[in-house]
Design a protein. Structure first.
Length: 254
């Protein structure tokens, strides 16, 4: 790899860590950068290397959030367990389910998520009345299973969908929803690596180099999110969702 591509990858990893720590969507930055820098590698190697870098960034963000605010563990842990199991299943399903079927559906859902968030200015600005623990646990298992499978199989927007689900169905504010999503994202990334590493789909030197910058980006992102609160996270969430819509629309209609 030449120096220019290496600098581009490390810069992308830094920005991806920042974006992912605040509102999800780090793969939107990292995966295209890897595809450009590693044109000779298979999609499996690109995705596996991306997951290696991301698992360090999401793990760092989750730890930093946990140190500063009370994470909603009754939601995050059941969702993480389900997401871990179903993310591995999603990675296996890549081999037999065409992604072209998924893209239009995801595009439509992202549009609905963005519109709903924009037309409701108070959405996610403060936490609402929490559900009973039993209700939260079963909803968390369902959300983790569905979005864990999606993240292992397809990926783009998984973090944003998690944040929206935690705000809408669990009445969290955007800051606490983002913190919970980082815990879940860590386990989905880890589960995917259980598939990619044994199959030889990881470039370790590239992935670990990107991981270091991903951690720095995550540190900056969590610091700003904690300092500026749910309003800041909501704003970044809207921007990331809009960019995801543009990207998926291009893939669907181009």
């Amino acid at each position: 790899m030449d120096d220019l591509n290496l600098i581009m990858l490390l810069t992308a990893a830094l920005f991806a860590g920042f974006v992912d720590a605040v509102a999800g969507g780090g793969g939107l930055v990292q995966v295209p950068a890897l595809l450009v820098a590693l044109p000779a590698e298979s999609p499996g190697v690109v995705l596996g290397t991306n997951k290696l870098a991301s698992v360090f960034g999401t793990g760092n963000a989750a730890i930093r959030y946990a140190r500063k605010i009370a994470l909603p563990w009754s939601i995050a842990l059941p969702a993480s367990i389900a997401a871990f199991v179903f993310s591995f299943g999603g990675a296996i399903a890549v081999t037999w389910m065409p992604k072209e079927v998924v893209r239009p559906l995801v595009l439509g859902l992202l549009v609905l998520v963005l519109v709903y968030t924009v037309i409701k200015p108070s959405f996610g600005t403060v936490s609402g009345v929490r559900l009973r623990v039993g209700q939260e646990r079963w909803r968390a298992l369902l959300v983790g299973a569905v979005l864990g499978f999606y993240d292992g199989f397809f990926g783009p927007g998984a973090g944003s969908f998690l944040i929206f689900a935690f705000v809408h169905w669990f009445r969290l504010d955007f800051l606490h929803a983002s913190s919970a999503s980082k815990v879940v994202n860590f386990f989905t990334n880890l589960a995917a690596l259980f598939y990619f590493v044994p199959s030889g789909n990881v470039l370790w030197k590239v992935g670990l180099g990107m991981a270091a910058l991903n951690i720095v980006g995550a540190l900056l992102g969590t610091r700003l999110a904690l300092r500026h609160g749910s309003g800041f996270v909501r704003g970044v969430f809207i921007v990331v969702a809009a960019i995801l819509i543009v990207r998926l629309a291009y893939e669907v209609f181009a």
